[in-house]
Design a protein around this ligand. Structure first.
Ligand SMILES: [Zn+2]
Length: 74
C-alpha cells in the first residue's frame, strides 16, 4: 500500500504531500519555509532589555528608622 500522507503547511495551511519529493515539508514551498525561519530568527534575536524601573530602587538604610524610638512629648 502506498497511501500518501498529507500535512498542512505550518505557514499557509496548504496541503503538502509527505513524501521524499516534498523537499520543503512540512512546508509547501521554500518561500513558506523561509518565512517561518525568519520568524524564528527574529524571535530569538529579541533580547530582553534591562528594565529601567528595576534600577530605580534606592536602598536607603537610614529610611528604616524605628518609629517606636520616637520620643513622645508630654
Ligand atoms: Zn505554505
Amino acid at each position: 500500500m502506498s497511501a500518501v500522507k498529507y500535512v498542512s503547511c505550518p505557514q499557509c495551511g496548504a496541503r503538502v504531500e509527505w513524501t521524499q519529493a516534498s523537499t520543503f515539508r512540512p512546508f509547501c514551498s521554500q518561500r513558506c519555509r523561509l518565512i517561518d525561519l525568519a520568524a524564528w530568527a527574529s524571535e530569538s534575536y529579541r533580547v530582553p532589555l534591562a528594565d529601567p524601573a528595576e534600577s530605580d530602587e534606592i536602598a536607603d538604610p537610614d529610611a528604616d528608622a524605628d518609629p517606636l524610638s520616637k520620643r513622645r512629648g508630654s
